[in-house]
Design a protein around this ligand. Structure first.
Ligand code: DGT
Ligand code: CA
Ligand code: CA
Ligand code: ZN
Length: 620
């Protein structure tokens, strides 16, 4: 028996007769026949994601038209800021704090007002006349920027994705100066990827949205017994398709109604007595299911998934003559065994409770039965953050500010790792500036020591791995640093053999301690480099080089599968924020979730270690 502590599942008093499900279905059909009663009607204001899209279209159009860079940047920033807001824009305006949102200034705030009041914006309408929507669509192809889009339109008359596809098939692109066979091939691949692409939301966006919804629901319904997110978000997938929320209440209707009335909700797709589907202002779809408290455990297990995990789980149940559904275990005699708690669901099949991050049918059942599930790392285990930037390169805060923010978050140490000068990043560091930076860091550490603080700042760098595998700083400059983080930023599309050799060379450099965001992927936008990962992971073990899980919400690189393989081979992992301002330090939680999905324990992650152990490891 793998667990003994969780409460057992209970027989319900109710016996399910064979016709009960039919009755339920009939009732549902009845209620579906009259949907207008169930669907809430909301005033037709633009949702945040509509307004974000309008600003982004303005930026894209202006870029195609070659307008002022700073204006373009302002609209693009506003679009990004609005897309990530937790609350509807109308609320910010009502509270007169629109302009306090970073990325929204006076002009943008006025334009938001016009959009909220009238549903459109003269500037946007005018630009639509100058740049057809189909030309803006061209920018969705990964390798097409504004300049190429403009040329495709002006020189070949292409004004839609379909026309682009036809031009590619006809070989018409090769007539354009600078558009070779290679470019054509990449555009073809981009079009294919776009055709099968399903829009997914970053885990960070979904998590913030889910937490907001849950807090709002709790506030609206103090009597509600339990509420949680489930689905791919609970399993910590890097991106999620839709948000699944589960609540437990004896009376389900009021929970559904409170949910559809939350201010985060832009549109109600459907709403019944126990479930609802809505679209949030962020554009994310959210499903809510409300169950009786006695069924909480089985429902949470079901809606957490994954589908592969659930299928396997149900097979294991059937082996014992139990048929499992979100309501509980049905015995051969028709009795239903309900489970109020998820641990009881697993315990019924002699399995230890399986952390959601592991529920992908990748060996978790064997481990749960044998009692060998890993004790997964937690955010609270993190003691340091070994990759972040300051105003010495492209960061927004000083070293002292980053240090204080990290200390306030409970960390014991950080490494400041500004970019090497090579990237062309504002004020990157060279050997000379590194010496000046060392003096500033020494002062900050001396001040902490004087105050009796344990907190320390390590001195590092994020050095570029040049296209030939050479590093952008000489060994002598690296040798005096506490931590050297090396990363690929340019020429990510080299062929596998070349880019693998390039990274292997960096891993083998004795001064390099950490490889940052090893594959360089950007979620939903750019695939990682074509690396021979097995060779990379083995080299990391051989050279004692740590591999980073970059916690940037659009990176999460290494991904969970590579983390798991790295740990199997015995490689060391670090989880870093790559923060460019103090708030980004909070990203560590996404990195920790990714590590958990990769079956990582705290001890396998080097920045959970005390500083002395870390120092001796990187000194090897
Ligand atoms: P997503 O939304 O695409 O990121 O992925 P999930 O895993 O959140 O999938 P979703 O939202 O379609 O469904 C949530 C969970 O509900 C899923 O992980 C398992 C369960 N589920 C949904 N449909 C089925 C099904 O047809 N069979 C089984 N066994 N489980 C299902
Ligand atoms: Ca989902
Ligand atoms: Ca769903
Ligand atoms: Zn960085």
């Amino acid at each position: 028996m793998a667990t003994g502590t969780s409460p057992p599942c209970y027989h319900t008093l109710q016996h399910y007769s064979s016709i009960a499900p039919v009755q339920t279905r009939a009732l549902q059909q009845l209620s579906n026949r009259n949907p207008s009663k169930r669907i809430e009607t909301l005033p037709m204001t633009l949702a945040n994601h509509d307004i974000a899209r309008i600003f982004r279209e303005i930026a894209d159009s202006m870029e195609i038209l070659g307008e002022d860079r700073f204006r373009i940047l302002a609209y693009r920033r506003a679009g990004d800021a609005i897309a990530n807001l937790p609350r509807p824009l109308a609320e910010y305006r009502a509270q007169q704090n629109l302009e306090e949102v970073p990325g929204i200034g006076k002009t943008i705030a006025e334009k938001i007002g016009v959009l909220l009041d009238t549903g459109s914006l003269p500037l946007h309408e005018r630009l639509k006349g100058q740049v057809p929507t189909g030309v803006l669509d061209l920018l969705r192809v990964p390798d097409i920027g504004p300049r190429s889009a403009k040329r495709l339109h002006d020189e070949l008359g292409i004004a839609s994705l379909d026309e682009l596809r036809a031009a590619v098939e006809a070989g018409a692109l090769r007539g354009l100066k600078g558009f070779g066979a290679k470019t054509e091939q990449r555009i073809r691949q981009g079009l294919d990827a776009l055709a099968q692409h399903e829009q997914r939301t970053l885990m960070s966006t979904a998590l913030v949205a889910a937490e907001g919804l849950i807090a709002a629901l709790r506030a609206a319904l103090p009597d509600m017994e339990r509420v949680s997110y489930a689905g791919s978000l609970r399993r910590a997938r890097p991106t999620i398709g839709d948000l699944d929320l589960l609540a437990a209440a004896a009376d389900t209707g009021p929970v559904v109604r409170a949910f559809t009335r939350l201010s985060e909700v832009a549109r109600v797709i459907s709403a019944g007595e126990a479930k609802a589907s809505v679209v949030l202002h962020s554009g994310v779809q959210a499903d809510l299911l409300v169950v009786p408290p006695a069924q909480w455990g089985s429902a949470l297990q079901h809606f957490t998934g994954s589908q592969a995990h659930n299928i396997r789980f149900r097979e294991l149940a059937l082996e014992r003559g139990l048929s499992f559904s979100e309501r509980g275990f049905r015995q051969a005699d028709g009795n239903l065994l309900t489970c109020a708690d998820e641990a009881a669901v697993y315990a019924t099949l002699d399995l230890a409770w399986i952390p959601p991050e592991l529920r992908e049918d990748r060996g978790e059942f064997v481990a749960a039965r044998a009692g060998t599930l890993p004790h997964l790392i937690d955010l609270a285990d993190m003691r340091g953050d070994l990759h972040m930037h300051s105003t010495w390169s492209d960061g927004r805060a000083t070293i002292a500010q980053m240090a204080e923010a990290a200390r306030a978050r409970g960390l014991d140490y950080i490494a400041i790792t500004d970019h090497s000068a090579y990237l062309g990043v504002t004020g990157g560091v060279d050997a000379e500036r590194l010496r000046e930076q060392a003096a500033e860091i020494a002062q900050i550490n001396a001040a902490y020591a004087d105050q009796g603080e344990v907190f320390r700042v390590l001195h590092g760098v994020e050095v570029d791995i040049l296209p030939d595998g050479e590093l952008a700083l000489p060994d002598a400059a690296l040798a005096v640093l506490d931590i050297v983080v090396a990363s690929l930023h340019v020429s990510l599309r080299q062929p596998q053999e070349q880019i693998t050799a390039r990274l292997l060379r960096a891993i083998a450099n004795p001064h390099v301690d950490i490889i940052a965001h090893p594959t360089g992927r950007i979620l939903e936008r750019r695939a990682g480099a074509d690396l021979d990962m097995e060779a990379i992971l083995q080299a990391a073990v051989a050279h004692n080089t740590l591999l980073e899980i970059n916690s940037g919400p659009d990176r999460l690189d290494l991904d969970a599968l590579h983390v798991r393989r790295a740990l199997e081979l015995g490689a060391g992992i670090v989880i870093n924020s790559d923060a460019h301002n103090p708030d980004d330090l909070d990203w560590l939680r996404y990195g920790v979730l990714t590590a958990r999905r990769g079956w990582a324990t705290a001890d396998q992650v080097a920045n959970t270690w005390p500083p002395a152990r870390l120092r001796s490891h990187v000194a090897q």
